[in-house]
Design a protein around this ligand. Structure first.
Ligand code: NDP
Length: 283
């Protein structure tokens, strides 16, 4: 399927009708308050309307403070946070409490999107029931998952009748994840790419240089555009204003089908993160 958003303000409509910006700012590892405020300010000025945080990033408080300090209205920014593994494994009440704690740190009274950060076999259905209750109570506008396989998504849906609205996954040219994306799309689950710039290792993809030169864009911009044109929302992280602007300057050109195919062909099913943190926090 071919998408071609032409403005940073375009959104993808989640299956429950909530509009989610295609592009967001990831803030993993941005923990200094001044850096966080600078990054969020640069992002907002460049047109980003979405921030991706998580309790395990330990910067929810800084995100909330930055938004208030910058005078950004709550309803003009889409905030995602995530339920960490420990709380998920502690059960329903702990999952509810973890959500309340995230909101309190953010200084907000609702979240736009709340995700189960990593599947924890034997525990995720209970946590999912907690998220459904929070959704029904109007505390969260949309609920989803991260790092879930088709079988793990099926398990949630079979147990509760409610599908995640989003699956946030590692996705970049070395890890295209097409079968998982196809599965999610068949169920109406929006996929979004984390670590889209391979944590900076995209520079190793010399194959992208010619495509970048042809469009007078950078290799980072080519990858982010590839995500959008393949229907995948994307949340690149940067703490530098000029890169934050660069990563948003991807709405004025289009990759051809041949160029999209050339990027698809770089797939090695290769993770840049290492094994999933079943018991150990990473991101
Ligand atoms: P990214 O792939 O977004 O890469 C970030 C790195 O690339 C940083 O070192 C950054 O440097 C650098 N960078 C950013 N833009 C450019 C550019 N234009 N040119 C050159 N270098 C650039 O990695 P992340 O792992 O941070 O993924 C993005 C977000 O996804 C996270 O911040 C987090 O919100 C989310 N995430 C979710 C996970 C999950 O399990 N759900 C797991 C991992 C991430 P600098 O900051 O110095 O500019």
């Amino acid at each position: 399927m071919h998408y071609a958003p032409k403005s940073i303000h375009e959104t993808t409509k989640l299956y429950n009708g909530v509009e989610m910006p295609w592009l967001g700012l990831g803030v993993y590892k941005i923990d200094q308050p001044a850096t966080l405020t600078g990054a969020i300010e640069a992002a907002f000025k460049a047109g980003y309307r979405r921030i991706d945080t998580a309790s395990v990033y330990e910067n929810e408080q800084g995100v909330g403070q930055a938004i208030r300090r910058l005078g950004i209205g709550r309803d003009s920014i889409f905030i995602t946070s995530k339920l960490w593994n420990d709380h998920q494994k502690e059960g329903y009440d702990a999952s509810m409490q973890a959500f309340e704690d995230s909101l309190e740190r953010l200084g907000m009274d609702y979240l736009d999107l709340y995700l189960i950060h990593w599947p924890q076999n034997g525990y995720s259905v209970t946590a999912w029931k907690a998220l459904i209750k929070l959704l029904q109570d109007g505390r969260i506008r949309a609920i989803g998952v991260s790092n879930f396989s088709p079988a793990q998504i099926d398990e949630l849906a079979e147990a509760t009748g409610i599908l995640p609205a989003v699956n946030q996954i590692e996705r970049h040219p070395w890890r295209r994840q097409q079968p998982l994306i196809d599965y999610c799309r068949s169920k109406g689950v929006q996929v979004e790419a984390y670590s889209p710039l391979m944590r900076g290792r995209f520079h190793e993809l010399s194959e992208l240089a010619a495509i970048a030169a042809r469009h007078d864009k950078t290799m980072a911009q080519i990858i982010l555009r590839w995500d959008l044109q393949t229907g995948v929302a994307v949340i690149p992280k940067s703490s530098h204003a000029e890169r934050i602007r660069e990563n948003a300057d991807i709405f004025d050109f289009e990759l051809s089908p041949t160029e999209l195919e050339a990027i698809n062909a770089l797939d090695q099913d290769r993770s840049i993160l290492g094994p999933p943190p079943v018991n150990e926090p990473s991101s």
